[in-house]
Design a protein around this ligand. Structure first.
Ligand code: GDP
Length: 459
């Protein structure tokens, strides 16, 4: 089937050294043949060039010389889209890349929709759906963990897990179907017990993937953080230290209400989204603003609570209340003002709250390194193991995995209730389809092929 030929500016829309216009589709070479001339000004057909070669020359729009350029030719299927592809590297001015794109359009291409190159890569079977989604995640990654995880997904880490699981499920479906079709030769005696064992393994694998989604979300979106402490404990000073120029990249996005103001801090490769800084930063009327009720609300859906204790004043009721409700949540307790005379015993505090307490001085910027390490430790258990751990970072994938998990658990239930085998295959099929959604694979053809390939019943 002939596809139309698409083109787009592949680099950012800012004045930069180089800009790239990408062309993909059946007419990509005939488009470039109309535009390209070599350094002597002669028309040369790049459609005859070897694949994966680079050509120096000039781009013309009709008779008008537009720019000096390097042109890359890649013949399908050995390209990003698996189609014939041409990339024009020209000077990076916004006006220049637009003029090159115009010339390409004049020569017969049309402008691409957002994501259309990647969509073609998917439709042409070069990457699956989870890999296609990873392309967007790689581009949008805001921290190194998110980036590493997306690169892993792009190279097929998620797909491989899903394919392995599906293969296991499909084997079981095929076995049951074959046995039901041909009971004389394939017996289901004792089959349920074996299936139950296999199911336990699958269920735990799927569950592990679902659980990884929480880490995955933190990785891609940042750690939703709330800083608590009584008035004057040093919350705002701590915030300022964390936001300090060297250490942090800061952006402020004001939400619809003051309550949703978030500040983004980038620490040791981890993004912290500090929520509710409006209250923290406003020192007036502090008692009312940082009231326990309000804090409770803010802390409810936080990933991390940083509790700042003023070490220079004895613990009071408000400290104790905060301690009480952070119990059992991911939290870090800071004993602030370590540069002053400290009246709160670190050991006592640790005993009270049953966790480590980090002495810091927001004023003198002491102990901040330990705080950063602790955050890293809490969320990434020291180091992320990208080689063997697959993280789910996509909500769509998580939902599909949860559905698959339910179906697998139904199968286990059916076995326990000693239901007939054809009940199993319905739920197994559901799990198989749900997992297929992640990689964007159709079900029917697979099943047909699988059944006949594995259990050749050619009679
Ligand atoms: P908040 O109400 O919890 O936000 O507290 P602030 O950050 O506004 O700090 C209250 C007061 O304590 C200010 O005068 C700060 O300068 C002071 N402060 C904060 N952290 C420290 C610290 O580590 N050492 C000392 N000596 N003073 C501090």
């Amino acid at each position: 089937m002939k596809t139309d030929t698409i083109a787009a500016i592949a680099t950012g829309m800012s004045n930069s050294g180089i800009g790239i216009v990408r062309i993909s589709g059946d007419e990509a070479f005939s488009v470039i043949d109309k535009l390209y001339r070599n350094k002597n000004g002669d028309q040369v057909k790049l459609s005859n060039a070897r694949s994966h070669t680079v050509h120096y020359g000039f781009i013309y729009d009709g008779d008008e010389k537009v720019d000096e350029a390097l042109v890359l030719v890649m013949k399908g299927p050995h390209s990003y889209t698996a189609e014939d592809t041409v990339e024009i590297d020209c000077h990076g001015g916004i006006l220049m890349v637009k003029k090159i794109l115009e010339a390409v359009i004049h020569a017969g291409a049309r402008t691409a929709q957002p994501g259309e190159f990647t969509k073609r890569a998917f439709l042409n079977g070069r990457i699956d759906l989870s890999q296609a989604e990873a392309v967007a995640d790689v581009i949008n990654a805001t921290n190194e963990y998110a980036l590493k995880s997306s690169v892993g997904q792009l190279s097929g880490s998620v797909s491989k897990r899903i394919r392995d699981l599906r293969a296991g499920i499909l084997y079981q479906i095929a076995f049951i179907e074959s046995a039901l079709d041909d009971p004389e030769h394939i017996s289901l005696d004792g089959y349920s017990a074996g299936l139950k064992g296999e199911l336990e393994v699958m269920i735990s694998q799927v569950r592990e993937l679902v659980e990884s989604a929480d880490d995955g979300r933190v990785m891609t979106e940042g750690v939703k953080t709330v800083i608590l402490g009584k008035p004057n404990a040093g919350k705002s000073s701590l915030m300022n230290v964390l936001l300090g120029e060297e250490r942090a990249i800061v952006t402020e996005i004001a939400g619809t209400t003051r309550d949703t103001l978030e500040e983004h801090i980038y620490l040791q490769g981890i993004s912290l989204n500090v929520v509710d800084t409006a209250g923290i930063r406003d020192t007036e009327d502090v008692v009312e603003k940082i009231g326990v009720d309000r804090a409770r609300r803010a802390a409810r859906d936080a990933d991390l609570i940083i509790f700042v204790v003023d070490g220079s004043r004895p613990l009071d009721e408000s400290d104790r209340e905060i301690l009480e409700f952070i119990r059992g949540r991911k939290s870090i307790i800071l004993l602030n003002k370590s540069d002053l005379q400290i009246v709160v015993e670190k050991d006592d505090l640790e005993k009270m709250c049953g966790q480590k307490v980090i002495p810091v001085s927001a004023k003198e910027e002491q102990g901040i390194g330990e705080l950063e390490l602790e955050i890293r430790h809490l969320f990434y258990h020291g180091e992320l193991k990208f080689n063997d751990q697959v993280y789910i970072t996509n909500v769509r994938h998580k939902e599909a995995l949860e559905e698959a998990l339910k179906s697998l658990e139904m199968v286990r239930g059916s076995i326990e209730d000693q239901m007939p085998e054809d009940f199993y295959s319905i739920d197994l099929m559901d799990a198989y389809e749900q997992l297929g959604l992640i990689i964007g694979e159709a079900v029917d053809d697979d099943l047909v092929n699988e059944i006949f390939a594995r259990f050749c019943m050619g009679k």
